[in-house]
Design a protein around this ligand. Sequence first.
Ligand code: GLC
Length: 545
Amino acid sequence: MSLQRTEARHWWRDAVIYQVYVRSFLDSTGDGIGDLAGVRAGLPYLKKLGVDGIWLSPFYPSPQHDHGYDVADYCDVDPTFGDLAEFDLLVTAARRLGIKVLLDIVPNHCSSEHPLFREALAAGPGSAARARFHFADGHGPDGSEPPNNWHAMFGGPAWSRVTEADGRPGQWYLHMFTPEQPDWNWRDPEVPAEFERILRFWLDRGVDGFRIDVAAGLFKHPELPDSPDPEADARTRDSVNPLAWNQPEVHDVWRQWRSICEEYTARDGHERLLVGEVSVPTAREHAQYVRHDELHQAFFFDLLSAPWDTDAFRKVISEAMQDIAGTGSTVTWVLNNHDQVRTVTRYGEPATEGSGLGAARARAAALLMLALPGAAYIYQGEELGLPEVVDLPDDVLTDPIFRRTGSRARIRDGCRVPLPWSGQASPFGFTSGVEGAKPWLPQPEWFAEHATDRALADTRSFWHLYRDGLQLRASLPQLGEGSLRWLDTPPGVLAFVRGDDLVCAVNFGTAPTPAPVSGTPLLSSGPCPAGVLPGSTAAWWINDL
Ligand code: GLC
């Protein structure tokens, strides 16, 4: 898409952004961990794929208890990933290719190694330094019970007790994730001021926007009361304790951040983008985060959470169109990210393992997502059709969820295995130049089938499907922003029209069904003869009747 065309239409409203999980993208130093120079080396590949921008997972100095979502310094680069000079080179190279760069900013919590948290520990109860976090006395005669009954998202209580300067057990501090990630207290005026400084630091360095971690977090109920049902809050990772999330005050922060972005736009005419990770119960609540003066986008996770089922997909798409797009904002679709089981595996059924059903469905879902009105995010490796690596041995797992819950059930390492680029054996070109270099998570042998060199050479690959879809999306005015109109379809099939004549249909079943449009499709996720829509297949047609 030409720069002029996207800028004129608010480029972000239908942008396709590629999520780069930096430590697993491409390693330029041979230490087995991806880095910013690796991202720079991969830019031509992403340009060829046709994405509008990249979102970089956190690369800031961090003890890496949650792979960088525990930030010790928001305005620098961890030496593992490079330095600020390398970051500047990356931004310059991306700009030259017309690729926007978004950073991941983590405002709900920092690292327990952050200097302000260390200062708070040293300063003691009642200090201004402690007021920047949530410190509280414990319950019980000796204060040995946590201040309330909240659970942390990654297991265990949401409070940890500190040892005071005199060596005695003292106050407790709140952490909605791990104990190494203390939550900021956004009611202390120094916290918003500090984040404004951080935003400006990166905007001045030329970034195009931010992905905001846990954007429905930040504020907690002012009294920090007990939850009436703490077990329900903890049952699934995405369920939310209504006292700890989605508080009304958070919207003022997004208004403030939006106004900072607008200030930069007023200077040079180029729009910056704020995209929030917003997990809230309904599409209607979600829409509150993308009002015209708040975030530009918020990930709409309901599509990602929907099972492979016609009614489930129709319901989430209809709700998003009505409740989010219907209020004038844009829907931001996502099928994969660094926290979720990859689609190829998620849509496969154990009984059909090895049949390719998961892959066929993942391809169909991709074509569906790229045809929906709004913006879309692709997670690295999605364009290669990478399945989840489900059999990583326990001793290599790094996800704090595993350590804190003792369960493999929802661990996230399997979607974070370093990408295969070339060759027949690990490290598959992920890490270069150093003999015997080992990727930080082991790559299975079968990654060879998905390596980018093979994907690029095979026109039937996932890569070509994504590339063709992105090219058509950029050239066809029917796609991108706009509305959709559902077509009547037999059970098991979803079909809608974009513009006057672009039809997208998905067959969720396994048996072929008559296609809603005669003629050969423009693009299909699998073989699709004229007049037929095979099972587990999606296609796009121009209906020129
Ligand atoms: C978000 C991130 C996830 C991280 C968590 C805590 O959900 O996507 O990876 O662990 O926030 O920062």
